[in-house]
Design a binder for this molecule. Structure first.
Ligand SMILES: *[C@@H]1O[C@H](CO)[C@@H](O)[C@H](O)[C@H]1NC(C)=O
Ligand SMILES: *[C@@H]1O[C@H](CO)[C@@H](O)[C@H](O)[C@H]1NC(C)=O
Length: 195
């Protein structure tokens, strides 16, 4: 039983805290800090970091006791700000904004610190082609560009749930096989006793 719980925890940890969202160039990106009950959580501070190529955590914006501080480690314009539920709002993203972001919650004394990692992908900025009579609708436009962020969140959750179901099934099969073989062994022993 303990093994089962551990396995599920590992799966959830891996799949539910590693999300990726895709945004089009010049659109606004909203990165949610998907920590349970964030809207009612009583924490000391919440900071959004961007991870540099050398995995350094560059502070972007922080809220301490509801007071927002903006850092200058990541220069972008317009400046990032907090959205609903302490999400990170970055207006008009470009591929420069692409990367890994981390939301770090520092708990009050006695509480538990939490963090959440999210990857942002930004599509290449294409200059709008001149609309002439000869240009037709691009047949190769990626259909998945229109998928809203929550869809990929739900998708990742579904994958996580599927993996959990799969591993539970695996455990069940192994247990069934083990039970049967031990029953058979016991049966053999009984025969020996009988003989
Ligand atoms: C935080 O600040 C916002 C706007 O400044 C205010 O509306 C809100 O009530 C504040 N929340 C708390 C818990 O102080
Ligand atoms: C923020 O949290 C509240 C309460 O859970 C939820 O109803 C709302 O949809 C959230 N906002 C966003 C933008 O997800």
């Amino acid at each position: 039983m303990l093994q089962k719980v551990l396995l599920i925890k590992l799966l959830l940890l891996h799949y539910a805290t590693q999300l990726e969202i895709n945004t089009r160039c010049h659109e606004d990106a909203q990165l949610m800090c998907l920590v349970p009950d964030i809207e009612s959580l009583d924490f000391y501070s919440l900071t959004w970091h961007k991870l540099s190529e050398t995995k350094q955590r560059l502070g972007m914006i922080r809220s301490v006791k509801n007071i927002t501080t903006l850092f200058k480690n990541v220069i972008r314009s317009p400046e990032p700000r907090f959205g609903e539920n302490f999400s990170l709002l970055m207006p008009s993203v470009t591929p420069e904004d692409q990367g890994t972001y981390e939301c770090d919650i520092t708990a009050k004394v006695g509480g538990r610190n939490r963090n959440f990692v999210i990857h942002l992908k930004v599509d290449e900025c294409v200059s709008r082609p001149e609309t002439t009579a000869t240009t037709t609708e691009l047949p190769h436009s990626k259909p998945d560009q229109d998928i809203p962020a929550w869809c990929s969140v739900v998708g990742y959750m579904a994958v996580a749930l599927f993996k959990i179901a799969l591993s539970l099934f695996g455990i069940w099969v192994i247990e069934a096989v083990c039970k049967r073989s031990s029953r058979r062994r016991r049966h053999m022993r009984d025969i020996h006793v009988f003989l």
